[in-house]
Design a protein around this ligand. Sequence first.
Ligand code: NAP
Ligand code: GDP
Length: 323
Amino acid sequence: MSTKSALITGITGQDGAYLSKLLLEKGYTVYGLLARRSTDTLWRLRELGVDKQVQLIDGDISDLSSLIRAMQLSAATEVYNLAAQSFVGSSWQQPVLTAQLDGVGVINMLEAVRIVRPDARFYQASTSEMFGLIQAEMQDERTPFYPRSPYGVAKLMGHWATVNYRESHGMHASSGILFNHESPLRGIEFVTRKVTDAVARIKLGLQDKLHLGNIDAKRDWGFAGDYVEAMWLMLQQDKADDYVIATGITTTVRDMCQIAFAHVGLDYQQHVVIDEKFLRPAEVDVLLGNPAKAQKALGWTPKTSLQQLITSMVDADLRRLQA
Ligand code: NAP
Ligand code: GDP
């Protein structure tokens, strides 16, 4: 049994919950940074049955002193920096906060690692949103970035800071450029979960219409449970590096809706209403990732199809509403 210790920022988020479960199964002691909120943020850890097994440390990604303390208390040998204002849509309303958490916050965490335990391995949650206005049909680690939102801009800072700490301080710092990944634990503001929750409500007669924005946008969607394995694999390599994690398949929001509604015998065209309110000031029209490097170097491949993913999310939302 391993006695490794990991610190996860963003432990209460979708990926934090799946990663906690994975690391606990591998025998790690798992510490998580808990930003104090007035609402219950432990529901995801509870749903996966790991809320009692993780050690929570109060702190905030914008507060360097709390991150130093978390590093000292956890004695972590692996640090997974997942904390972020993660919703692209909100980043236009909160651009400064997004920059502070998703850009400067990464530097805070890198500094805490450098000061307390520079030999700890560091994972940064980078994103396909950095590709934005895509510069290649299929995006990989060498594709130039062109972010289209304050979120993408801030994440690009965090990405380059990670590369820079690797190159200037010799730290084992890796950046995972993850394409969209979803699960029944996805936040309700993201389009997949917004759709699956609405499908369940419509099926149960609790709602009739679903208001969406640009349903012609295309995303490369995978399952979060598959993607956290890639995070862990990156930190098990001798050398730190950057990796694109994606499925290599892109699908329109429209076709994703079709899958979700059809699963319960409904026609999405009868229920989806286009609402300008959900259009974005600048859109990322299409994302399509090439995970060849991760496949070759990490032996990682996605295991879950979009059909399996979306139908499992609809089923989970039906169960929640029926309970
Ligand atoms: P998520 O569900 O929104 O989780 C975000 C986490 O960050 C939550 O635990 C949240 O805590 C925490 N957080 C927010 N502000 C904080 C602060 N000031 N201090 C400390 N913690 C704070 O996001 P996710 O889907 O799990 O994504 C994990 C990471 O991967 C994020 O950095 C995201 O930007 C990135 N990413 C996600 C995707 C995707 O498709 N899911 C793709 C690429 C990259 P509360 O619960 O207290 O709010
Ligand atoms: P993102 O790729 O990180 O922005 O993930 P989202 O799930 O928020 O959005 C994915 C795509 O769905 C984007 O192109 C959105 O413009 C599009 N979309 C269309 N309607 C909606 C909606 O009502 N909510 C959200 N969140 N996205 C929508």
